[in-house]
Design a protein around this ligand. Structure first.
Ligand SMILES: [Zn+2]
Ligand SMILES: [Zn+2]
Length: 152
């Protein structure tokens, strides 16, 4: 193996997965268990078991979409109201994301960064709307029951 593409006098330890340039230990950036140069690593997205779990928790099947398991995601989305597939979906999303993050599973189908960003904004927006809705409903019930109780 030749020298690093940035430091020709330092021996390279790996080749970038995208541009196949040789990189030394300083320039090596690992994403999902695969070696990249610093430049290409910026375009790669480290899979996050945390976000996979959050996605699946709020929207059944969304964590599977995040992991690139589109068929499984649709199946869980359609059966999520049975609760059990929903719970399974959360666990599966976290474990699969972990496997991708450690390079045990191919990450070619992982969604690009802008879709993941849209999913994060969507989940936050969705949960905010949900909290506001529940809060409105709860305060409405409290007001209504208060009025009811105050009647002679
Ligand atoms: Zn590269
Ligand atoms: Zn280097």
């Amino acid at each position: 193996m030749s020298g690093c593409y940035l430091h020709p006098h330092t021996p390279a330890v790996a080749n970038c997965e995208d541009c196949s340039q040789p990189v030394c230990t300083v320039c090596l950036a690992k994403v999902n268990g695969k070696p990249y140069c610093e430049h290409c690593a910026v375009n790669r997205h480290q899979q996050s078991p945390f976000w996979a779990g959050v996605f699946s928790l709020f929207v059944p099947g969304l964590g599977q979409f995040y992991n690139g398991d589109l068929g499984k995601g649709v199946a869980i989305l359609l059966t999520g109201w049975l609760i059990l597939p929903w719970v399974y979906g959360v666990i599966d999303a976290v474990l699969t994301a972990q496997a991708i993050a450690q390079g045990e599973r191919e990450a070619t189908t992982v969604a690009p960064g802008y879709i993941i960003l849209a999913m994060k904004i969507g989940v936050v927006g969705f949960s905010c709307t949900y909290v506001v809705l529940v809060w409105t409903l709860v305060s409405f019930i409290f007001t209504a029951s208060g009025l009811w109780a105050s009647r002679p």
